[in-house]
Design a protein around this ligand. Sequence first.
Ligand SMILES: Nc1nc2c(ncn2[C@@H]2O[C@H](COP(=O)(O)OP(=O)(O)O)[C@@H](O)[C@H]2O)c(=O)[nH]1
Ligand SMILES: [Mg+2]
Length: 209
Amino acid sequence: MDLYDGKLIKVAVLGNQMCGKTSLLVRFGQDCFAEQTGRVTQQVDFMLNSFDIDGEKIKLQAWDTAHQDRGNAFCRSYFRVNGYLIMFDLTDLESFNDVKKWVDMVERYAPENTKMILVGTKADLIESRCPQLDYDSVAEMAKDYGMEYFETSAKTGKNVDAAFHRLTSIILDKCKTEKPPVTGAASKSNINLMNDKPTATVKNSSCCN
Ligand SMILES: Nc1nc2c(ncn2[C@@H]2O[C@H](COP(=O)(O)OP(=O)(O)O)[C@@H](O)[C@H]2O)c(=O)[nH]1
Ligand SMILES: [Mg+2]
């Protein structure tokens, strides 16, 4: 499928530094994983991927985020996408404890009823996984927030497509059931996320059209 063909949906990843946001995007967009060491990680602007959901052509633009905890205007521009993957590292309890912070941030800055899913990363690291972060406990907590939960690994590819596709599906369902607002629709959903130059250009920047 042509990447520029189909309905455009925009999502962003949010989560603590080093939790695996960029790696998940790269797995999703390029189906590869590059092991990295150290704190400076590669950065992408967004990844594009195309797929069908219920016979409908979708192109998903998935934005990376970095330094978003500064809370400045640049960071807030991330809050104009259709949905979020709230991410934490299954080997890092602090990243899980900070999930609330990311959810609160979305609820504060994003339009009401913006869709989110919870994503645990690095599921391949079985030995160093936090014992508190067993699937059932995290899924229960996700349910309290009204989110579905996916355990993923960018290294093995486990559940990566499933997480992005499911969030897309949830967003599409919301688009179908909600009438567009009378005013402000263009500014809310016609997204020009950042002043940064993206790694790829997109012809059509409207969503749910
Ligand atoms: N074993 C393993 N390591 C991962 C996985 N995802 C990310 N990493 C590693 O975790 C570190 C941080 O990943 P990165 O994607 O840069 O995190 P970001 O700061 O949230 O974008 C890097 O060393 C990655 O190689 C994964 O699924 N499995
Ligand atoms: Mg990164």
